[in-house]
Structures are given as C-alpha cells and as structure tokens.
Design a protein around this ligand. Structure first.
Ligand code: ADP
Length: 204
C-alpha cells in the first residue's frame, strides 16, 4: 500500500553505530521495510544511483551557497567559486569517495506518502542547519564550511529518494525484483483499520 522509497544509510552512520537507531525511526512511524542489505558501493552502482545532470549539480551548488550563508561563511572562501554548477561538480567528485569509504545499508521502505514522509524525517541536506527531530538534525552537526574545509561532502548519514520517479529508478539500481518482499505487518490492520481489528461494543 502507498509508495516505496529508497534509503541509503551512509558509511558514516554505519561506522558510528547508528544504523539501528535510524532504522528504528522508520519502523516506529509505521513504514514497512520491504528490502534491506549491507553493501560496499562500487563506482558503477553509484553511477546508476545518481543521474548527475547539470540541473541536479546546480541544485547542490545552490544549497551549498544557502548553507554557507546560514552558517555565516563566505561560499567563495570555502568553495573557491560562487558558480553553483562548479560547486555542485566539486562536491559530486567527493561524494563517490565518501559513499565508497565503508559499508552502507540499503533499504526500501513502503508506506503512505513514503517518499515525502521519509525526506521529512531525514531532514535538510546540511546537518548543522537541519531541524532538530530529524535524523540529520539529531545525529550530526556537520556544516557546509567544515565539509568543504576538510574536502568532503557533508557527512549527513542518510540518503532518501527525492521523488516517486527517482525512487523507482533507485530501487531498480540496488535490488532485483525477487529481493523485494511482500509481507503484512501486524499493525497494518490497526493503522489501516482492517475489519478484524475494529472494535465493536459488547453485545453488538
Ligand atoms: P539530499 O541528500 O538532501 O537529497 P543532494 O541530493 O542535494 O542532497 O546532495 C547529495 C549529497 O551531496 C548530500 O546528501 C551530501 O552528502 C552532499 N552535499 C550536498 N550539498 C552539500 C554541501 N553544500 N556541502 C557538502 N556536501 C554536500
């Protein structure tokens, strides 16, 4: 029922022992895990995951500029340019090394409005300005300037698909059809009010 979305629990989260905590957050809100595995990403897999168009790279550049402004630092000092496409391209180059630096957990989550619900729970890209209560806001303080001073992308723990269309492409990239399991969670009857769980008054 509902949508499916793809989540990567990135190497920093696995290394910091946060995979259980992160999965728990998704489980507790009622999302269903329909596929899961631990992987070492290859360059080919990441090529299949990111479709790095200029528009997407520019978007990363714009976010970086915004993150620097909110953290009170000059984007040109940090990135050596103010051009969003150049900034995005620079970050993209570092992103592969980060994602191949250790094991990741890949999940497919299923549920009502799963794509947007998961993005909200994951939070804003740059942890230093992500809202408290989100995974990135609660478990990291990595900032745009720190990330770029140390020459790495933001270690922000989690990736989540940004649209239903992206989720479909990402799921096919990481999982074969037969690795996605259809099963019924015991609380689905309560959440979605199947007949056997609805209460009737005594004597009805
Ligand atoms: P999101 O993961 O929130 O959808 P993007 O798709 O824009 O974000 O960026 C992909 C990844 O690139 C981010 O998750 C993060 O690891 C890295 N990244 C993006 N913007 C920055 C930035 N300004 N500084 C450092 N790393 C960044």
């Amino acid at each position: 029922m509902g949508e499916r979305t793809l989540v990567l629990i990135k190497p920093d989260a696995v290394q910091r022992g946060l995979m259980g905590e992160i999965i728990t957050r998704f489980e507790k809100c009622g999302l269903k895990i329909v596929a899961a595995k631990l992987v070492m990403a290859t360059r080919e897999k990441l090529d299949g995951h990111f479709h790095a168009t200029d528009e997407w790279l520019r978007g990363i550049g714009v976010k970086t500029t915004e993150g620097c402004r909110k953290d009170g630092v000059d984007v040109e000092d940090v990135m050596g340019t103010t051009n969003p496409l150049e900034i995005g391209t620079k970050i993209m180059g570092q992103l592969y090394d980060y994602l191949m630096s250790g094991p990741m957990v890949v999940l497919v989550l299923q549920g009502i409005h799963a794509v947007n619900a998961v993005r909200k729970k994951v939070g804003y890209t740059i942890p230093s300005i992500a809202e408290p209560g989100t995974i990135r806001g609660d478990f990291s303080i990595s900032s745009a300037d720190l990330a770029n001073v140390v020459g790495s992308p933001s270690r922000n723990l989690v990736h989540a698909s940004s649209s239903v269309a992206d989720a479909k492409l990402e799921i096919v990239n990481w999982f074969k059809d037969n690795e996605i399991i259809q099963w019924e969670k015991i609380d689905e009857g309560i959440m979605f009010v199947h007949g056997e769980y609805t209460q009737t008054k005594k004597g009805d």
